[in-house]
Each structure stands twice: as C-alpha cells, then as structure tokens.
Design a binder for this molecule. Structure first.
Ligand code: GDP
Length: 193
C-alpha cells in the first residue's frame, strides 16, 4: 500500500459524532501501551499522526483518520490499563461495543497483542465477542524487535495455541524495524476489499 495522505478526521464518543460512513473502515484495538499508536503511524508512514505514549486515563475517544481518501482507520481507545479509574474503564465497553456493532462501514479490526505476553482473559473475551458478532479480525503481534527471530517464532506458536488458532493468522510486526508492516498491510487490504 502506498500511502499518499493520512489525516485526522474527528474524535467521537457516540454515533452522532462519527463521520459519515462512506468509506470502508478498519479499526485498531489493543491494551494500553501495547504499541497501537506506533503501529498505526508505521502503517501510514507518519511519525505523529497518532500521539504515542499518551497518558491513559483521560477521557477516551474514538479517533477517525482518512487514508488516501480511500478508506478510514479508526483508533479505538486502549483497554485494560490497570491505573485507569474504574469510572473510565466502565465507559470503554459500551462506547467501543456500540461503535463495533453499529458502524455499517466497518470491515474488520486489527487486534494488537504484545508478542512477549500471552493474551489474558480480557483479550480472549474481546476476541470471542468479535467472532460472535462476525467482525473479521487481523491479529498483529507487535514489538517483535524486542525478541530474537527464534524467540519470535516460539512466542508466535505459544500465542496461537493460547488463542486456539493457526499461527498463520498472526502477523509479527515491529514499529521500530518495520518488520511485518507490508505483510500486515496485505491482510488489512484483504478485509478492506
Ligand atoms: P499505545 O498506548 O498502544 O498506543 O502504545 P504506543 O504506541 O504509545 O507505544 C507504547 C510504548 O511502546 C512506547 O514507548 C513505544 O515507543 C513502544 N513501542 C511501540 N511499538 C514498539 C515496537 O514495535 N518496538 C519497540 N521496541 N517499542 C515499541
């Protein structure tokens, strides 16, 4: 994918604030600090389209970005951050579930996991919930650069086993080295097509 333009459209908490559902859309989700912002920036080759390392716990918004005037990337607020106050954590679920179940232009979701961590209950529940709603999932295992190639393969196998799926469904990526970015784009293009 050649990205010619990537621009912020708007932030929203509820459907009336979403931009018109005209272009095919793919959403990105993952636990806070998993590397979601960095991964989106790597995909569109922009350093700071999405702000990285931002403090979780503030008002969480759904952010919409236009890519090439062809499709929309949606940055969903990170979940499962222990330090986030209970009140904000409770808002996450209805806001995100409402988006995922009501957005007609949504083609699928990129679920981002840290290659070094086994998916926890929260991640497994979310993935099962997406399956139940028939939302296609692309799995990205990020921060791959933190492990040797052989360790990456071991983690890939362990995570696939934990999620009870074939390992070819998981893509190893790194925002730092750009490992796997083209492979991930191919999978994203498939769900957008
Ligand atoms: P988010 O909260 O999920 O959006 O995570 P960020 O993109 O803000 O990244 C969280 C931290 O992980 C930051 O310190 C990033 O520099 C770091 N990080 C993100 N992706 C990678 C990666 O692929 N490799 C390495 N080594 N660090 C990463």
């Amino acid at each position: 994918m050649i990205v010619k333009s990537a621009t912020f459209i708007t932030s929203a908490v509820k459907p009336s604030q979403y931009p018109p559902a005209i272009l095919p859309e793919v959403a990105f989700a993952g636990r806070s600090n998993v590397g979601k912002s960095s991964l989106i920036n790597s995909l569109v080759r922009r350093k700071r389209l999405v702000k990285t390392g931002s403090t979780p716990g503030r008002t969480q918004l759904i952010n919409f970005f236009d890519v090439n005037g062809e499709f929309t990337f949606v940055d969903l607020p990170g979940y499962g951050y222990a330090k986030v106050p209970e009140k904000i954590r409770k808002q996450w679920k209805p806001m995100v579930e409402r988006y995922l179940t009501s957005r007609e232009s949504l083609r699928g979701i990129v679920l981002i996991l840290d290659v070094r961590r086994l998916p926890g209950a929260e991640e497994k529940n979310f993935s099962a919930w997406l399956d139940m709603h028939g939302i296609p999932i692309v799995y990205a295992l990020t921060k791959a650069d933190k492990l040797s190639k052989s360790r990456q393969q071991l983690r890939l196998r362990a995570i696939a086993e934990e999620l009870s799926m074939e390992k070819h469904r998981l893509t190893l990526v790194s925002a730092k080295t750009r490992q796997g970015i083209d492979a991930l784009w191919e999978k994203i293009e498939k769900i957008l097509a």
